[in-house]
Design a protein around this ligand. Sequence first.
Ligand SMILES: [Zn+2]
Length: 190
Amino acid sequence: MAWYSFQHRGDNFGRYGTVDAGGESTNPSETVGSGDHYVTPETAAAIYGLVSSLNNDGLSIDLGDMSSSNGSDPWQAGFAHHSGHGHNGNRSGIDVDFRYLNNNGESFQSGNAFNSPSFSQNNNQTVYDTADRFGFTVNYQGTSGNLTGPTQISNHNDHGHLGRANNNSNITNLQRPIKSIVHRPGYMRF
Ligand SMILES: [Zn+2]
């Protein structure tokens, strides 16, 4: 697998969090690559489509952990492993975290974003709805959230999680985008 190194910043997106060094994890035993912005080429295309579409809606987004340079979860000594991002070869290069959006249409940092007056229900719903159109169908929100679509899960009140199905045929077969064009006339706005 050739991992695609996703750029850390662009016109309408940025990044947050530590760029993990990787290394030899002993408990559990795992050789971890460096960095945190590696995805499959298909996932990279999906993320670019997502951020471009969000930009057309006047929104910008900060992205966090994807996978490390060898497809494992991003990690360095002193940190916990990040299941759902390639840990032990499970879900490598098909997931991305993001910081929730505020009323200005920008990602913001908060320990519990849902309880912040800055939190925008509409803008974050747009993120999940748009992500779904680009093949992110395994999505999570924090336990304080009540957005439509993403599953509630612990440890996600400060960031959201977008994941593609393990079967990547939704992108390589172009099934979802083609269906989206047919059923959603506004889809090609980006
Ligand atoms: Zn995540």
